[in-house]
Design a binder for this molecule. Structure first.
Ligand code: AMP
Length: 448
């Protein structure tokens, strides 16, 4: 039986994207989160604002839906176990328990034959020195076993540093709750990740592994596919299959991995949900990681993870979004020219959105997307084709209608591209390059 009402624990951006994917499948969502007016609640059919230990609210939530999933791994295990008495929760509590604790996670991965960096439990300041001698190294990384993310709850330790000071900078005195592990420092050539979906029949869909680049410990850029040899791609996909089968996954999970300078592949972390490095699947695959999450937990078959385009995703966070004054909309490969130019010119106040579908025009999605830019002043449509070809004459009034709904400063889209012409191409390569550069400058900087 297909479940038609999906409950989601957590109302952040991942819950929001899952809700949007659900609505396209005709499935209604109920978001449960402690925060008021969270991003997920803005697009869900129902929203319950309550704490994760409010059993009365949890019971009512479970009774209101056909299946439950979660959008982040720090949902208390007790909450999930309570809900399981009344409604199916996927992925199961066993996977959640493993993903919440670095010791359980690494033990489990090693037990099923997935290699990680060498690691050791640290229960006292002396344990740090023990770990260094076990690794036969002068440096290691200390991490809290729980709740660490984006580099929080971790530090590098060098032989000769004060072990008591290091230990207590992560574990407050008299805290019995926080535990540490030490990990050897991996000499990696790159960081990659892979996302897999698995349905109730055990059928899987694995996306192409992607390359992840971080800035200040936060994911900055994802490139799909990762530029690594195909043998490594296959090995990574096999590890994902192995893990998903071993935990009897129903839903989506991601594995973050290191590729070492001597070619080894080591797992670092797992996430029992769609991953930040998998957002590109919305634009570049026939079925996104969010649609997979909804499909698999609602008893539909897993979708095909076919990648119809390569993709680069840049993570805009908080203040970056607030700086954006101009949004450039485009389609096809001009996107990459715009992206490269914006990177090389270090332009911070322009966002580039690639539209893959014109008909039916994605006015709801575009409106939602543009709402995210509070300082928006200009919206530009950029295309390679001459003005009388391409999509401009189709999209201009539709974009205008979206801007009217938004009611902001921008009221009409601007056009950046070649003037009307009889021929779709520019002729000589040199002339093509010059004209291409001109339209990219026009789109990004308004230079005509
Ligand atoms: P994590 O919180 O485990 O995802 O770590 C955040 C980032 O720290 C990773 O993406 C790596 O860039 C770096 N890192 C984590 N563990 C190690 C390690 N054992 N060796 C080298 N770098 C690491």
């Amino acid at each position: 039986m297909i479940h038609k009402k999906l409950g989601i624990l957590g109302g952040g951006q991942l819950g929001r994207m899952a809700s949007l994917a659900a609505s396209r499948l005709g499935i209604k969502t109920h978001i449960y989160a402690p925060e008021e007016n969270c991003p997920g609640a803005q697009v869900a059919t129902w929203f319950t604002q309550a704490e994760y230990d409010d059993t009365k609210a949890l019971k009512a939530f479970a009774d209101s839906v056909d299946a439950i999933t979660y959008e982040f791994e720090n949902i208390p295990l007790d909450t999930v176990r309570f809900l399981q008495q009344y409604c199916e929760v996927s992925p199961n509590d066993r996977l959640l328990e493993i993903a919440q604790d670095r010791i359980k996670e690494k033990k489990f991965l090693n037990d099923i034959g997935i290699e990680t960096a060498r690691w050791q439990e640290v229960t006292s300041p002396d344990g740090i020195a023990d770990a260094l001698s076990a690794f036969k190294q002068n440096e290691c990384i200390l991490k809290t076993t729980r709740m660490g993310y984006d580099g929080k709850g971790q530090m590098r330790f060098k032989l000769g540093d004060d072990t008591i000071h290091a230990y207590h900078s992560l574990v407050p005195e008299r805290s019995s709750k926080i535990q540490l592990i030490a990990e050897e420092i991996v000499d990696f050539s790159c960081e990659v990740s892979v996302v897999i979906a698995r349905d109730k029949l055990g059928q899987t869909a694995v996306y192409t592994p992607v390359l992840n680049e971080h800035r200040d410990h936060i994911l900055y850029k994802t490139t799909a596919p990762a530029p690594i040899p195909s043998a490594q791609m296959e090995t990574i996909k096999k590890k994902a299959e192995l893990l998903a089968g071993s935990v009897d996954l129903i839903g989506v999970l991601a594995i973050e991995l290191f590729i070492t300078t001597d070619g080894k592949i080591l797992a670092n972390e797992i996430a029992p949900r769609p991953h930040n490095s998998g957002h590109w699947t919305i634009d570049a695959c026939s079925c996104s990681q969010f649609e997979q999450q909804v499909r698999t937990v609602c008893s539909l078959n897993v979708g095909h993870p076919h990648r119809h385009s390569d993709a680069v995703m840049v993570n805009l966070i908080g203040d970056d979004v607030k700086k954006v004054k101009r949004v450039v909309l485009c389609s096809g490969k001009v996107y990459y020219d715009l992206l490269e130019e914006r990177e090389s010119q270090k332009i911070k106040d322009v966002a580039i959105l690639r539209l893959e579908q014109y008909y039916p025009f994605p006015d709801v999605d575009l409106t939602e997307e543009l709402k995210g830019y509070p300082k928006l002043e200009e919206v530009v449509w950029c295309q390679e084709e001459p003005e009388n070809m391409g999509a401009w004459f189709f999209v201009d009034r539709r974009i205008e209608a979206v801007l009217a709904k938004l009611g902001g400063k921008a009221t009409r889209p601007l056009y950046a591209g070649r003037p009307a012409a009889a021929s779709p191409a520019a002729g000589y390569p040199k002339a093509h390059k010059r004209k291409q550069q001109a339209l990219v400058d026009q789109a990004l900087k308004g230079e005509y």
